[in-house]
Design a protein around this ligand. Structure first.
Ligand code: PLP
Length: 415
């Protein structure tokens, strides 16, 4: 399939060249060119990320932080350089506010566990939107079991936008935290997190932003948003699996207890008493995924060199085009029509079960996702059990969206 060079408003976004950085995109499935539209689940990796990681394993590898020997120091330098890289990328005030985790899910569990230990009492309230991923719901339900906190749900309108009036009305003197996704992994809605943070702070509450679906797609600056926490996963931003980030304001992280105990996170241990390391190491028990952290740093360099603004413009245009083209298919029901929408389209077609649709599209070489997308409360909000979802990345082309549209039309005609 030819992928014509795409001209964005500000720059030439040379799609052919970009795609050549991702060897997997040359693959065929069922003897057809792969059309990979499952980027919200995970993104493909540019060669530079995998090369940097194998180079580290082949020529630097040693455990970080503990050794005085040459390799250990070099590995530690790479690890800490990656932390600095992440801090700059999201505009954190200091790299000690960057905690490496396994991914968004672990970052969210860390906050739920440690923040609640430090700051939540029985009857305190946490607000969540109805569009949260299960990983920003279930950890809070576990806290509810343990501590008797109250979870309140922020409603959305039919376009999939947060109802800001209802949001404000949910606050009481017991509201301690708002935990909200920046971008819905199903609807693509970009939530007004800066505005939501201002409202939360005006009520004396804190705000956690789940950036799993925003950090890969447009510039995110934690100081501009003024969020108290931000979470994201390396594998969704062209980095490796097994590495993720928790950003937290230093004054908060300082007052939160460790999440796990073990090596690396202590200052001194006796059987009577243990003191903990300074930030961020207090939250990083055990050997970290230092090679993964380095890979993530290289991935952030890669997207930054393309320009997050350029990526954003490219994907916004693709999303607009996809919505326009899909809406022409008879029986198409599109979920998520927010004015601010990014890189994800979710839909059903007539009464074709999304699983059947996904299976048949797969035979045509098109990889998309079907099911509840780890957002069952959102499925219930729209009165469905499942949806099909196509999600885009910086290497997605118009030709791939055309392929999706004509494949759906072909499948539709079989029913
Ligand atoms: N939050 C959102 C909005 C997501 O889309 C995802 C993954 O799809 C997660 C959290 C969980 O991310 P991970 O599985 O990388 O921990």
């Amino acid at each position: 399939m030819r992928h014509p060079t795409f001209l964005s408003l500000h720059t030439m976004f040379d799609i052919e060249k970009i795609r050549s950085d991702f060897p997997i995109l040359e693959r065929k499935v069922y003897d057809r060119p792969l059309v990979y539209l499952d980027n919200a689940a995970t993104t493909q990796k540019p060669r530079c990320v995998v090369d940097a990681m194998s180079e580290e394993y082949f020529s630097v590898n040693a455990n970080v932080h503990r050794g005085v020997h040459f390799l250990s120091q070099q590995a530690t330098d790479l690890h800490e350089a990656a932390r600095e890289r992440v801090a700059r990328f999201i505009g954190a005030a200091s790299s000690s506010e960057i905690v490496f985790t396994r991914g968004t899910t672990e970052s969210l569990n860390l906050v739920a566990s440690s923040f609640s230990e430090a700051f939540l009492r029985e009857g305190d309230e946490v607000l969540l939107t109805v569009m949260e991923h299960h990983s920003n719901i279930v950890p809070w339900q576990l806290v509810r079991e343990r501590k008797g906190i109250v979870l309140k749900v922020i409603p959305i309108n039919d376009a999939g936008e947060v109802d800001m009036e209802a949001y404000e009305k949910l606050f009481t003197p017991r509201t301690r935290l708002v935990a909200v996704t920046h971008v819905s992994n199903v609807l693509g809605t970009v939530n007004p997190v800066k505005q939501m943070a201002a409202v939360a702070h005006a009520h004396g509450a804190r705000i956690l932003v789940d950036g799993a679906q925003s950090v890969p797609h447009f510039p995110v600056n934690v100081q501009d948003i003024d969020c108290d926490f931000l979470t994201f996963s390396g594998h969704k931003v062209y980095g490796p699996t097994g590495i993720g980030v928790l950003y937290g304001k230093e004054e908060l992280l300082d007052r939160m207890p460790p999440y796990q105990g073990g090596g690396e996170m202590i200052s001194r241990v006796t059987f009577e008493h243990t003191t903990f390391e300074r930030l961020p190491f207090k939250f990083e028990a055990g050997t970290p995924d230092y090679v993964g952290a380095h890979g993530l740093g290289v991935a952030l360099d890669y997207v930054e060199q393309l320009g997050m603004e350029n990526i954003h413009l490219h994907e916004r245009e693709l999303t607009r085009y996809a919505m326009e083209q899909l809406s022409l298919i008879p029986g198409m029901r599109l979920f998520g029509t927010a004015a601010e929408k990014d890189a994800v389209v979710a839909f059903t077609v007539g009464d074709i079960h999304p699983l059947d649709l996904g299976t048949l599209l797969d035979r045509l070489g098109i990889a998309l996702r079907t099911g509840h997308h780890c957002a069952q409360p959102l499925m219930a909000r729209f009165g469905v059990e499942s949806m099909a979802r196509a999600s885009f990345a910086l290497y997605t082309t118009r030709a791939e969206i055309d392929a999706l549209v004509s494949a759906i039309d072909r499948v539709r005609k079989m029913f």
